[in-house]
Design a protein around this ligand. Structure first.
Ligand code: SIN
Length: 512
């Protein structure tokens, strides 16, 4: 196997990984960025609506309050504080890198004011293009970009992560690294109907778990309220469509959100998603109606959605659009502190793969792209502050491999037991049925399936253990929020214990 050495190995090429690599390079570090897709892959490029950050220093308090409210008591205050303090300057950096944000800022669910910057409805695409352009321009002996490269396993020595084995287009490479930063995205592919891209297979969570890192709050899964599901594929209709005035109507043509939340269509996502599911169950369908906004405005404001729905024979400007909730984002992940440090030395995580405490039980709309910037930069800086000459590598950790042919059945089990509504009987039955055949090869698909099989079981166990409803976790027989907000922390080891850990009592303290 070829061997290479670097100060920082970044895994993942979306907003968090790309920004982390650029930040590390700006401090003069040697970096290898490995991503299994091309640099413009991952979920970043799929993000439509925009990027949320305080508009001015005076908006920090309000943005923090909106984030905390959506997170239903489970946000870590220091993570929220760091986020609102840092986000604006990183968004300005994107502008410097060439992202042409519209002068118009928009509103989305859970935000008390319009503060979402966007480039029409292709914001993630524009950010992804700017970051990958900056990375390509910075390519040098000190910055290696390994596209189409899959991390098979981490290497651990003396209790610290010291590198990884990477399957590249030119064969396996052993990377000795002073630190490894995971930015691999979420695990939406655990569900059959998701707006997450095919590469969202939870690789970073699986790798971290194998290395002994704690995972947190896996039961909190965000359903985007408005997807158009066609032939089993979910097509996202951005929340900004409701931000611009889009209305939800049931099969009787009634606008129903006033029965669920005073913020109507702009209530937090968990509330709107459950309301839509209830109305579909009661009346047969729910439509998104933008017709009153004018077809010309709608098509100009949302060209990406217009084109995607046109392929399904729907006219966003003129038709009622049949929508339903679909899995969109996974709040849980590898537990980190506010500097992206996991519970294992040498291992860092940022973006959707991480549970930094920013999102709590339910992510506020459009906080994820800015999260990638803030925590990607923080994790890179924290990793560099403790870098040593890469120590010798030990053997790679064994990676669980699963036959990918088992995935449709596993996904069906998860969707049935751990969808928008859960209950103990369903979760217990799912755990009893949770079995998968080992794969005979260690190819990428078998490794991805292995990660999903491990995460699926942990999610089911966390969902069973949480006997309350909060944000993206709703138990039909425990329909109310418990009095104390506590994280579910999964500690690796025999059987993987679940600990209930209260949210830190820190105060935000922006304004006296
Ligand atoms: C959307 O445009 O609705 C998705 C943005 C997000 O997930 O925050």
């Amino acid at each position: 196997m070829n061997r290479v050495e670097t100060e920082l190995l970044v895994v993942g090429g979306g907003v968090a990984g790309a920004y982390a690599a650029l930040t590390a390079r700006s401090y003069g570090a040697d970096v290898i960025l490995a991503c299994k897709t091309p640099l413009t892959g991952g979920s970043t490029r799929w993000a439509q609506g925009g990027i949320a950050a305080p508009l001015a220093p005076g908006d920090e308090d309000a943005h923090a309050q909106d984030t905390l409210k959506a997170g239903r008591g489970l946000c870590e205050p220091d993570a929220v504080h760091a986020f609102v303090r840092d986000a604006r300057s990183h968004v300005e950096t994107l502008r410097d890198l060439g992202v042409a944000f519209s002068p118009h800022v928009t509103l989305e669910g859970g935000h008390s004011r319009a503060r979402i910057r966007h480039t029409g409805d292709a914001t993630g695409h524009a950010i992804s293009a700017a970051l990958s352009g900056a990375l390509q321009a910075a390519r040098s002996p000190a910055l290696t970009l390994l596209e189409g490269a899959f991390v098979r396993n981490l290497r651990v020595a003396g209790g610290a992560v010291v590198g990884a084995d990477v399957l590249t287009r030119n064969g396996p490479v052993q990377v000795r690294a002073g630190a490894v930063l995971l930015a691999t995205g979420g695990f939406g592919q655990l569900y059959p109907v998701t707006t997450a891209p095919p590469e969202g297979t939870g690789d970073g969570l699986g790798l971290a778990w194998q290395a002994g890192a704690a995972l947190r709050d896996l039961e909190f899964v965000q359903f985007h309220p408005t997807a158009v599901v066609h032939d089993g594929t979910a097509h996202l209709v951005t929340e900004a469509a409701r931000g611009e005035g889009g209305q939800l109507l049931n099969a009787r043509g009634e606008r129903f959100m006033q029965r669920y939340d005073p913020a109507l269509e702009l209530a937090p996502r968990d509330v709107v998603a459950r309301a839509i599911a209830a109305e579909i169950a009661a009346t047969g369908r729910v439509d998104l109606d933008l017709r009153h906004l004018g077809a010309t405005f709608v098509r100009q404001r949302f060209p990406t959605v217009t084109a995607s729905l046109a392929r399904l024979g729907l006219d966003l400007g003129r038709d009622l659009i049949p929508v339903q909730p679909a899995v969109h984002y996974t709040m849980g992940g590898v537990q980190t502190d506010v500097q992206g440090r996991t519970t294992v030395p040498g291992l860092y995580a940022a973006g959707e793969v991480a549970s930094s405490g920013l999102h709590g039980a339910n992510r506020l709309a459009s906080n994820s792209l800015s999260e990638g910037l803030v925590f990607g930069a923080r994790a890179a800086r924290a990793a560099l502050s403790v870098l040593k000459v890469p120590p010798a590598c030990t053997d790679g950790l064994p990676a669980p491999v699963t036959d990918p042919a088992a995935l449709p059945a596993l996904r069906a089990v998860v969707a049935q037991a751990a969808g928008l509504q859960r209950n103990a009987a369903g979760l217990r039955a799912a755990l009893a049925a949770w079995a998968w055949p080992a794969a005979t090869t260690g190819c990428r698909a078998a490794l991805e399936a292995g990660h999903l099989a491990v995460i699926g079981e942990l999610l089911l166990r966390s969902a069973l253990a949480r006997e309350e409803s909060r944000g993206g976790h709703h138990r039909t027989e425990h329909a109310w929020e418990g009095a104390v907000a506590a994280h579910s922390v999964l500690v690796p080891g025999v059987g993987g214990r679940i600990q209930s850990v209260p949210v830190s009592p820190a105060v935000l303290g922006f304004t006296a």
